[in-house]
Design a binder for this molecule. Structure first.
Ligand SMILES: CC(C)(COP(=O)(O)OP(=O)(O)OC[C@H]1O[C@@H](n2cnc3c(N)ncnc32)[C@H](O)[C@@H]1OP(=O)(O)O)[C@@H](O)C(=O)NCCC(=O)NCCS
Length: 189
């Protein structure tokens, strides 16, 4: 089952980032990284073509209340997002347990500095330590070695392979990984 989550209730701080709800003031920052070619395609969406498209997505982020903005302390800019999505593609053995699927995107200008592992670690601590989730999942297209590396660094393990239809009419083979709350880990190894 889906663990309860409200982005509005969250503010997490890491050495280089503040994770907090999206606001309307973040529109230009969202457009700046979402318009760049080769970023969204790795996560199943196409680059934003205009500010209005980013406005639509920003309104969705705020309305759905399940996506956090990653504010870069040094520049004060929002440089990415982490979503806590509803669960899908899981087996019945997980139905009675609480979890969510993590999705993330980072501005291309900041790739390779370990920022997303730093951010996801803070979300893991919050979901397991404060919200007492049993598990988190994370899916990435098998060609997305960058996201695979983030999963590996954080201890996610392979759960199952699925195929996903993207919003730009391709079919992507996707690895769905799973991470247990460390307090439950022993029961599942
Ligand atoms: C996946 C993503 C969030 C990783 O964030 P990050 O903060 O750069 O993560 P890391 O710094 O740990 O780097 C992860 C891997 O990316 C690769 N990488 C690093 N810099 C890179 C660059 N400039 N270009 C391409 N790949 C790069 C490396 O393989 C690295 O692994 P390594 O540390 O073992 O060398 C980021 O690449 C991204 O936003 N990608 C586009 C959207 C996406 O893939 N979302 C996930 C969908 S499931």
């Amino acid at each position: 089952m889906n663990g309860a989550f409200s982005a509005k209730a969250v503010r997490l701080e890491t050495p280089r980032l503040i994770l907090r709800p999206w606001t309307q003031a973040d529109l230009e920052d969202l457009y700046a990284y979402a318009r760049v070619d080769g970023v969204g395609q790795l996560a199943g969406w196409t680059p934003h073509r205009c500010l209005e498209e980013s406005q639509f997505i920003l309104d969705m982020f705020i309305g759905e209340d399940k996506t956090l903005a990653l504010e870069h302390r040094e520049t004060g800019k929002v440089i990415g997002s982490i979503g806590l999505e509803e669960l899908a593609h899981l087996g019945p053995e997980l139905d009675p347990l609480r979890g969510r699927e993590i999705g993330y995107v980072l501005s291309r200008d900041f790739w390779g500095q370990g920022l997303m592992p730093e951010a996801v670690r803070a979300v893991m601590d919050y979901c397991f330590g404060t919200l007492h989730y049993d598990f988190l999942t994370c899916g990435y297209f098998t060609r997305n070695t960058q996201s695979r590396r983030v999963n590996e660094k954080l201890g996610f393990r392979f759960y199952k392979q699925i195929t996903l239809d993207t919003r730009y009419d391709t079919v992507e083979t996707t690895n769905l990984n799973l991470l247990w709350n460390p307090e439950r880990e022993e029961a599942h190894v």
